[in-house]
Design a protein around this ligand. Structure first.
Ligand code: NAD
Ligand code: UD1
Length: 335
């Protein structure tokens, strides 16, 4: 069966909106289903502006089976981004995370099964690897969730694997993202965190635009070249293209976890330096204690994505910084 109409849960969010661009440009019909809990409809209006194509938007919650059923009828495949993603909040409100992410996904899979829509690309996370036993991280590394957010990702991966084992007609890709940063090069869409950003890049861009005084670097006593934490930052446009490749490769592999990263790690201070160079802005920072739960180093072995999907990240750290800055500069208060 050829795949034409894609049901994108959480498609108004950061990664979802960038993926919608790639889908529309590849001539898929796109239906976005989002409750706007952590996004604005404006993101999709801008996706339409960028692509000159239209999106069908349905405001709804993935825990609402009836609404899902109405919205999904006639779709061929699902890209499932919808979920809550703040690690700290998940520690404070675990039931909210289990309810939204796990129960929501369960409802979605039930409806997919009922409607015989058995193609799905799921947003998983490198957070599942916990503290690495070896680097670079391959997909066979043990998975251990270290917080409720990670537990929900693990639970959803397990649900999908069980579903596949029960019925091999399912075609499933479990994409484990490393650290998405950057923005579409138009500067029209990007990451729009509410409140104080938890993640490094949006914090840096908010310092650069004058919304925050300085960056706090969480620890400079890690076993890394400059003592600060090392991560595998990946441009969100590369990540979005990875979804398209995964969609097109569905069925060519078993229900499988696939890393989406660049394979290269950069430290906090390297990212700060790269951003300063790309933006011409200086980023004042202070060194603080380590953030509880943080690991020292994390980067992907991206070979499986290349082998199975024919995908690899192409955009440089400089491009990630240039594009993050363009988005922030033109949209100091987000959407
Ligand atoms: P985001 O918050 O920008 O997007 C998630 C979208 O899902 C939002 O638009 C939100 O309104 C929607 N949503 C949440 N709960 C919903 C529900 N119950 N029903 C309908 N819609 C709902 O986040 P993002 O960064 O674009 O992440 C997308 C996915 O990728 C998430 O599942 C996240 O856990 C996963 N992920 C993100 C990162 C990252 O660093 N951004 C890393 C690894 C994995
Ligand atoms: C965070 C999430 C993780 C998620 C990942 C990708 C936590 C504990 N983990 O991980 O689940 O998969 O994002 O979105 O939130 N840093 C600073 N100062 C800051 C912010 C961050 O020094 O203000 C440092 C961190 O210590 C880390 C690096 O910057 O070394 C990257 O941090 P961040 O962007 O939050 O990503 P992760 O910690 O990898």
């Amino acid at each position: 069966m050829s795949i034409k109409t894609i049901f994108v849960t959480g498609g108004a969010g950061y990664i979802g909106s960038h993926t919608c661009i790639e889908l529309l440009q590849a001539n898929y019909n796109v239906i976005v289903y989002d409750n706007l809990a952590n996004s604005k409809l404006e993101s999709l209006r801008r996706v339409e502006q960028i692509t000159g194509k239209s999106i069908t938007f349905i405001k709804g919650d993935i825990r609402d089976k009836d609404a899902l059923k109405n919205a999904m009828t006639g779709c061929d495949a699902v890209i499932h981004f919808a979920g809550l993603k703040a690690v700290g909040e998940s520690v404070e409100k675990p039931l909210l995370y289990y309810d939204n992410n796990v129960l929501g996904s369960l409802c979605l899979f039930h409806v997919m099964q009922e409607l015989l829509i058995k193609n799905i690309v799921f947003s998983s996370s490198a957070t599942m690897y916990g503290d690495p036993e070896f680097l670079p991280l391959t997909e066979v590394h043990r998975c251990e969730a270290t917080n409720p957010y990670g537990e929900t990702k693990l639970a959803i991966e397990m649900m999908l694997r069980a579903l596949y084992n029960s019925d091999k007609d399912w075609q499933i890709a479990l994409l484990r993202y490393f650290n998405p940063v950057g923005a579409h090069e138009s500067g029209l869409i990007g990451e729009d965190p509410s409140g104080i950003p938890n993640n490094l890049m949006p914090f840096i861009t908010q310092v650069a635009v004058g919304k925050r005084k300085q960056l706090a670097v969480f620890g400079n006593d890690y076993q890394t070249p400059d003592g600060t934490g090392v991560r595998d930052y990946i441009h969100v446009v590369d990540l979005a293209k990875g979804h398209l490749k995964a969609l097109e490769a569905l069925g060519r592999f078993e229900c499988d976890a696939i890393n989406l990263g660049t394979g290269k790690g950069y430290s906090v201070l390297e990212l700060v330096g790269a951003f300063e160079q790309a933006s011409g802005q200086s980023i004042p920072y202070i060194i603080q204690d380590r953030r509880p739960g943080d690991i020292s180093e994390c980067y992907a072995d991206p070979r499986k994505a290349k082998d199975l999907l024919g995908w690899e990240a192409e955009l440089s750290l400089n491009k990630m910084c240039v594009d993050s800055w363009r988005w922030q500069k033109h949209n100091p208060d987000g959407y």
